[in-house]
Design a protein around this ligand. Sequence first.
Ligand code: GAP
Length: 451
Amino acid sequence: MPAAEPTSAATPDAELQMEALSALCARRGFIYQSGEIYGGLGGFWDYGPLGVELKNNLKAFWWQRMVRERDDVEGIDAAIITHPRTWEASGHVEGFSDPLVDCRACKRRFRADQLEGVPKCRAKPDGAHDLTEPRDFNLMLQTQIGASLAASSRAYLRAETCGPIFTAFKRVREVARQKTPFGIAQIGKAFRNEINPRNFTFRSREFEQAELEFFCHPDERAKWFEYWREQRLAFHRALGLDAAKLRLRQHERDELAHYANAALDVEFLFPFDWQEIEGIHDRGSYDLTQHAEFSGKDLSEFDETSRERFVPAVIETSIGIDRCALALLCNGYREEQVKGERRTLLRLSPVVAPIKAAVLPLSKKLGAPARKITAELRRSWNVDYDESGNIGRRYRRQDEVGTPWCITYDFESQQDGQVTVRERDSMAQQRVASEGLRAYLSERMEAETGP
Ligand code: GAP
């Protein structure tokens, strides 16, 4: 069962901020409703040219830190639809549900634990809903496999990406020649038939997760739980999320998911409230015990030192990529006045910024050398080239999509071989030799995020 969230109605100011941000996202091609020409589909979002870059950068950074830099983590990419027994064993078919209530008057449906701030009843003069008793609503999205509509062909779109990690545990451990403690990581789509998708992409029906299932001896759960909590906090800080907008929240016993012994949320202060962007869970030996029982396969491991057989326990870190991307957008969004003009700014770290740098020739006549610089930088990063409009307007266009550096090629550049590098946040400008530009930008990026 997903943990209940603290609910709170968004203030008008928060609503305005979210409206401004979602308008920017649609206008500049970060994120917009899926199927928008048909009116959109609730809880489904498409990422446009800039959104896909932002999300890919975030996923690549996670993969780099969680898989590539480590000897003790292996990555996989499993099918979205897997054997349905997986979800029976995990408890999802039976118990992955939210409490649902219906309004008898207006026929709308709500989550019983999220009634604060819902719109008034349109069918009653006093606006009060006439609600049914709560009942369980299973969030698993179903599909049929093959030509038959029989119940035996029913399958599920995974509600979390970890399921196939557990079922592949034995194979991955063997092929990668690993022994506990070690982890298996995956990034991929997950689906939940949410009753009330809301707050832009925050609660969607289709989303991406990046999950690590770290297998350890059951006696070492506390040690690894603490270790991964620190690692994950450091990750969010390295992404550039403001420290004052990050916090950890321990789950109370009655909020724990059916598989968890202990859980922590990494929360971010969105304009609408503090909300979870990542969960860190002590799942105990629940998963491997269940899958061993349902599959009849031995998933235990032999400890050479203690000469005992044990079922590994799991410490899980589970980040929502879309939620984290939304946190980055909210964190970075600013409107400020510069010399009497409004400037919209996305303060994104260079790690995730969709465009790392933009090359702007001062005049179209300078296009050839400016394009040469662009081509050189594109060997390493996503770099924009823009020669249209006055230079101030071009800076503003880059500021509002979070481009950390603008590189201006002017008439002097032809003489002295230097370009002007302008910083997004401070707007400070510096002359840099165009030959050393790639090294200069690399150094700046490493300075902000660590090598
Ligand atoms: N395997 C554990 C698990 O799935 P969870 O707390 O239900 O745990 C983990 O989900 C993360 O997935 C959350 O912290 C959140 O970032 C993301 N997530 C969950 N439901 C989501 C939804 N409906 N829309 C967007 N992201 C969601």
